[in-house]
Design a protein around this ligand. Structure first.
Ligand SMILES: [Zn+2]
Length: 618
């Protein structure tokens, strides 16, 4: 079908021209973004370029359908020129996002891509015939290169995994399996296991009765990337620096996966939080097998610049209710068990469940749902939406229902392990990366403060016959010490490169709580936060047995006696007693901030005394 164009050259435009133009720009944009991402983040995930290429080709093809419709009904309109302008503008946005520093991007805004698209349109109108010919001739080659390159990358990743598995040293006899379940965004105080009024977690309560539960586990930050990086490297945030400033974990420090591989373990991770617990953020280091954004088109699209923005707009417009491609805990269990069945050696497996993350959409109605009502306004992207008490309660109901669902799925997973004869020889850990806010301090969701609701997380260990049963430990501990603990329990050795301390002495030898450093949490940059009374800059906090001290931008102090004031409603920083404690804890934070794990002498061999406030009965 050839349609005449009213453009200056009086060329005809066919449907093929429209589609070819879209795919040509799509493949180029995908190559560019994927290449820039890999160069910038330096992560071992070359399939990222396959994702961006496929997603942009598909996305731009969908855009071309609009132009095809216009061409069908307004054949005299300059449809191809309009498409060329629009796609150059879109490509310009991608170029601007990845080629320039954030300050330059802010300065250029959309003006830069508009000017670039205008210049391109001028060239197109002048050399229309040549450009069409160029696109028609080069597109088959580009698609062919993408296909061959994609197959080579994916095939290379598969064979690389097989070769790496074959190269592993022999594991020690009787090496246990290790399974870590990270329930993303799970605050401890919404679990009945931790005293919540609703029966959200009966299965976890049973699991805790069979092992060791930490009542006062504290996350290293209040959002996914830095806390996962800490749980993989054993390092605090200021040391591994996988936070908003670097946006990914670099290869400076070995991970728990590296350490377990050295002991002959097959290592794998299965993530539902594909945006942050993924190879694209550097958290895949040490895992021989990692299932993240390749699991669904929605998850893959979310990895791209345009995909992420489209998702946000769709959510704001109410077109979609959930995170596109979100995998349920049930899906994650199926994928992990499939891999475990194939693996004929001891394994270290990390799972990430995203079911209780906002938007709160329990994937299935659990037997014990609390999903009573769902008033209009939804919470996801806003930290401070104005919700009525009924709307807020509706969100809490849905969040709690998600917890009940996850609790059931953890129960199912344990049954599946038992059916495969793996229960006794598998050390199981359940933990969360951070909590969630429900307006306790005027904020919702997470990553925006270091209050208790965001950093107090569940942590429990079960290993039948090897760990004591029904032990509950109240000592404040950091989830940053998880890898040193796993390594000591599984291998009997504490590796120097994974700093500790290991938590095991707390139940093995009755180590003194005061021998453990106070857990520190950090939120390095919060200048993206909308203006509000809590936006006072980078934050740190330290949790002692009695106090929770928060320091904002090095000057703003808050102090809470959290054991009695669980909601942290009464700030003691201004009282005479509080001022003295603030001074001590500020000094402790300063010492910790300027120390590395090695300099502090923390190793996996046990505890290190850095607890300055402990001697004061805190
Ligand atoms: Zn998270």
């Amino acid at each position: 079908m050839e349609q005449p164009s009213s453009g200056p050259n009086r060329e005809t435009t066919s449907a093929t021209d429209i589609v070819v133009c879209a795919l040509w720009f799509g493949v180029l944009a995908g190559w560019f973004e994927g290449g820039m991402e890999l160069a910038k983040r330096r992560v071992p995930a070359p399939d990222l370029i396959c994702v961006t290429t496929v997603v942009y080709a598909a996305l731009f093809f969908l855009i071309s359908l609009e132009f095809l419709v216009i061409l069908r009904f307004r054949p005299e309109a300059p449809v191809l020129a309009a498409e060329f302008f629009f796609l150059t503008f879109c490509s310009g946005l991608v170029w601007e996002r990845f080629a320039f520093a954030p300050e330059t991007q802010q300065m250029l805004g959309r003006t830069g891509p508009v000017v670039a698209a205008g210049a391109a349109l001028w060239g197109f109108l002048r050399y229309r015939r040549g450009i069409k010919r160029l696109q028609r001739r080069t597109l088959p080659l580009m698609l062919g290169c993408s296909l061959v390159g994609g197959l080579a990358i994916l095939g290379g990743e598969y064979t690389g995994e097989q070769r790496a598995l074959a190269r592993l040293p022999n594991p020690a006899p009787e090496s246990p399996n290790v399974l870590v379940v990270i329930v993303d965004t799970l605050r401890a105080d919404h679990l009945s296991t931790y005293g919540y009024s609703r029966a959200t977690s009966p299965y976890l309560t049973r699991l805790a009765e069979q092992g060791v539960l930490f009542e006062n586990a504290v996350a290293s930050s209040s959002w996914t990337l830095p806390t996962h990086a800490s749980m993989l490297t054993g390092r605090p945030v200021h040391e591994h620096r996988a936070d908003r400033e670097t946006e990914s974990l670099d290869g400076r420090y070995p991970t728990i996966g590296d350490a377990f591989q050295a002991h002959g373990y097959a290592t794998a991770a299965f993530s539902a939080n594909t945006a942050l617990f993924s190879r694209a953020t550097g958290l895949g280091r040490g895992f021989l097998h990692f299932e993240d954004y390749l699991q669904s088109f929605g998850a893959a699209a979310e990895e791209t610049f345009f995909g992420e923005r489209i998702e946000v707009h769709c959510y704001r417009l109410g077109i979609c209710r959930d995170i596109p491609g979100r995998l349920s805990a049930r899906d994650i269990n199926i994928h992990a068990l499939r891999w475990i069945e194939r693996t004929r050696r001891p394994f270290l497996v990390f799972l990430n469940y995203l079911d209780v993350h906002s938007p709160y959409e329990p994937p299935e109605t659990p037997a014990r749902g609390f999903h009573t009502r769902r008033p209009g306004k939804r919470v996801w992207l806003d930290w401070q939406p104005e919700l009525t008490p009924e709307q807020l309660q509706g969100e809490v109901d849905a969040y709690d229902s998600g917890i009940a669902y996850v609790d059931e799925q953890i129960g199912n997973l344990m049954e599946q392990l038992a059916e495969r004869g793996l229960e006794k020889n598998t050390l199981v850990v359940v933990v969360s990366d951070h909590g969630e806010g429900f307006d306790e301090h005027g904020l919702l969701t997470h990553g925006n403060s270091l209050y208790r609701e965001l950093i107090h997380v569940p942590l429990l260990f079960r290993w039948p016959g090897k760990l004591p049963e029904g032990v509950r430990i109240g000592t404040p501990v950091s989830t940053t010490w998880l890898p040193a603990t796993l390594l000591q329990l599984a291998t009997g050795r504490a590796e120097g490169e994974i700093p500790g301390p290991s938590l095991a002495p707390l139940w093995q030898t009755g180590a003194r709580p005061e021998d453990f450093p106070d857990p520190v949490s950090e939120l390095s940059r919060v200048d993206f936060l909308p203006p509000n009374k809590h936006n006072y800059g980078p934050m740190e906090s330290v949790t002692t047995a009695e106090w929770h001290y928060v320091l904002g931008a090095g000057t703003h102090e808050e102090l809470y006696r959290y054991q009695e004031d669980a909601k942290e409603a009464h700030d003691s920083a201004g009282t005479p007693e509080g001022k003295a404690i603030c001074k001590k804890l500020a000094q402790e934070l300063a010492e910790r901030r300027h120390s590395t794990s090695a300099a502090m002498g923390i190793s996996g061999n046990g505890a290190q005394t850095t607890r300055t406030g402990q001697g004061n009965g805190q």
